[in-house]
Design a protein. Structure first.
Length: 176
C-alpha cells in the first residue's frame, strides 16, 4: 500500500515538474525589465525548455501542453494569438521525431541541434507574426534574441536538467 502511494507521488512529480519548470520560465521571460533594448535581448527560455523536455522527457510534455504554453506566451506578450503555440507544437514534434539523432550524443551535438531547431522556430515566429499583423517586422531583434538564446542554452539546459533530476530524485529517494 505504502509503496504504491509513493510510486504515484513519484510519477506525479515526474509528470508535473516539466510543466512547472516551463511555466516558471514563461513567467521569468515575461518579467518587465526597465532596461533599454533588453526586451529584444531576452533569451527564449520557454523554447529551451520545450526543446529539452521534448528531447529527454517527451512523455511529460504532451503536444497539448506545448500548445497551451505557447498560447499563454501569446496572451502574455500581446502578440498574434497561436503563433507561439504553433511554433512550440512544431518544435516539440520535430525534436521527438528526431530524438534518435540527438539522444546519447555529446552536448555539442545537442547544442547544434538546438541551434538548428531554434533558428527555424525564430524564423517561423517572425514570419507568422509579420503575416498575421499584415506588415513588415524588422528581423534584427529576432536575430539578436536567437543569438542570445544560443549563447545561454548551455547554462539554461544544465539548470533545467538539474532541476528536473533534483525534484524527481528527491521523490524517488523518499519512496525507498
Amino acid at each position: 500500500m505504502t509503496g504504491s502511494l509513493f510510486q504515484r507521488v513519484d510519477y506525479l512529480a515526474r509528470a508535473v515538474t516539466p510543466a512547472v519548470i516551463l511555466l516558471l520560465l514563461i513567467l521569468l521571460n515575461a518579467l518587465p525589465l526597465h532596461v533599454p533594448y533588453v526586451s529584444s535581448a531576452t533569451p527564449l527560455l520557454p523554447l529551451m525548455a520545450v526543446f529539452h523536455f521534448g528531447l529527454f522527457r517527451p512523455q511529460y510534455l504532451p503536444n497539448w501542453l506545448a500548445l497551451l504554453f505557447g498560447l499563454l506566451i501569446d496572451v502574455i506578450s500581446g502578440g498574434p494569438l497561436a503563433v507561439n503555440g504553433l511554433v512550440f507544437l512544431c518544435v516539440r514534434y520535430f525534436v521527438e521525431a528526431n530524438q534518435r539523432f540527438l539522444i546519447d550524443k555529446p552536448f555539442l551535438f545537442i547544442w547544434f541541434g538546438y541551434a538548428l531547431v531554434s533558428a527555424g522556430a525564430v524564423a517561423a515566429t517572425w514570419a507568422l507574426s509579420a503575416l498575421l499583423m499584415w506588415h513588415a517586422i524588422d528581423p534584427r531583434p529576432a536575430i539578436f534574441q536567437y543569438l542570445m538564446s544560443l549563447a545561454c542554452y548551455p547554462v539554461v539546459s544544465w539548470i533545467i536538467g538539474r532541476s528536473y533530476n533534483r525534484v524527481t530524485a528527491g521523490r524517488a529517494a523518499r519512496a525507498n
